[in-house]
Ligand binder design. Structure first.
Ligand code: ATP
Ligand code: MG
Ligand code: MG
Ligand code: MG
Length: 339
């Protein structure tokens, strides 16, 4: 008997388009002899689009139209065996949708409420991982009200870290809203931009040198496995939105050319992080490697990483011998296993 899967895509975050791209790949890859898949696209306004509008959104990459704020049938255990919430960023990757599905009693792919919420927020992630002894850059938190009422204090926090530094919305992805701030004069614009997107903003010290960027995939629930380590190379100040999504701007190297001991450290730190954050199903753990000092710093954990057929996460497991369609099938099995 076929499993009935609800595939959620789009969503209300700045990563709406990225999610639609991922969803097209997953939709094409879930084996039809095993799964009966219903896609539902969520518009940027939070409307769960009916079938015709959903199909059009997947085809054109633009979600338009009406629909319910939360699809009633989706928010109940009736009708589906599992949900694949292929949503990136707030209102999807951050525990909100996971809470809805938990209440409804429907198994779903990926981390639960706790792992999703903590991993989405870069400050909470840093706090939890620091207590697990994982090396990271120095950082400071600022909240919007402080920036409005006491900008001098926020500026002082930035100066403690030194320049260049990174200013990021605490809850977002795809580098949306991130600025590399090289001089104090650039700080105001960077903070205004980040606070437009989030109430919480993280200031991060830059690594001592331009780092190498390593990523590793984790797959599993309570006995997770780490993929080979991958590396991203690009010609840009940092791995920004354009570099991420413009064809040909970045290259993936799998496995990353690294001493085996360093690769092993990456995998082991990633597994420690996955467990410390109570992740489940999958995660892509991103690192900075400062070659000059042989320093490995954990940057962040993505609980619903980019998922097109050419994205890093599926490519990492392909290198481990798992095809894209085997991988999505495994993720659904892991969701059902967790009940
Ligand atoms: P993703 O799309 O992977 O979810 P994100 O939006 O969560 O990304 P980050 O991974 O935190 O953003 O940062 C984006 C990029 O900015 C990094 O890949 C790196 O190129 C650069 N960067 C961020 N923080 C630092 C730092 N502290 N030092 C050096 N480079 C940094
Ligand atoms: Mg991220
Ligand atoms: Mg992300
Ligand atoms: Mg990242």
């Amino acid at each position: 008997v076929k499993r009935r899967i609800l595939l959620l895509a789009g969503g209300q975050s700045g990563e709406h388009e990225v999610s639609l791209m991922s969803a097209r790949s997953v939709l094409a890859a879930l084996p039809r002899d095993q799964f009966d898949v219903t896609p539902v696209v969520i518009s940027p306004q939070g409307r769960w689009l009916p079938p015709t509008e959903t199909a059009r959104a997947l085809e054109t990459g633009r979600a338009q139209g009406g629909g319910d704020l939360v699809l009633h049938r989706a928010a109940s255990a009736e009708g589906y065996d599992a949900v694949f919430p292929l949503l990136h960023g707030p209102m999807g990757e951050d525990g909100t949708v996971q809470g809805l599905l938990t209440l409804a009693g429907i198994p779903f792919v990926g981390s639960g409420v706790l792992g999703s919420a903590v991993s989405m927020d870069k400050v909470m992630t840093k706090q939890v991982l620091a207590s697990a002894g994982i090396p990271q850059v120095a950082w400071r938190l600022a909240v919007r009200r402080e920036w409005q009422d006491r900008p001098g204090e926020v500026g002082a926090r930035a100066r403690e870290l030194g320049f260049p530094l990174f200013v990021k919305p605490a809850n977002l992805g795809s580098s949306v809203g991130i600025t590399k701030v090289s001089r104090p004069e650039e700080l105001q614009a960077a903070l205004d931009l980040a606070f437009n997107l989030d109430r919480r903003v993280i200031l991060e010290a830059m690594t001592a040198h331009k780092p190498r960027e390593l990523e590793v995939g984790i797959l599993g629930n309570d006995a997770p496995l780490a993929s080979p380590v991958g590396e991203l190379r690009f010609d840009a100040e940092f791995y920004d939105y354009e570099t991420k999504y413009t064809e040909g701007r970045a290259t993936m190297h799998i496995p990353a050319p690294l001493p085996p001991e360093v690769a092993e450290r990456v995998r082991s730190l990633a597994l420690t992080a996955f467990r410390a954050l109570d992740c489940a199903g999958l995660a892509r753990v991103d690192f900075f490697y400062v070659e000059e000092t042989d320093q490995l710093l954990l940057n962040e954990v993505n609980t619903m990483p980019g998922f097109t057929t050419t994205s890093m996460y599926p490519k990492l497991f392909e290198a481990a011998g798992l095809s894209y369609s085997e991988l999505v099938t495994r993720l659904v099995e892991l969701a059902l296993e967790r009940r």
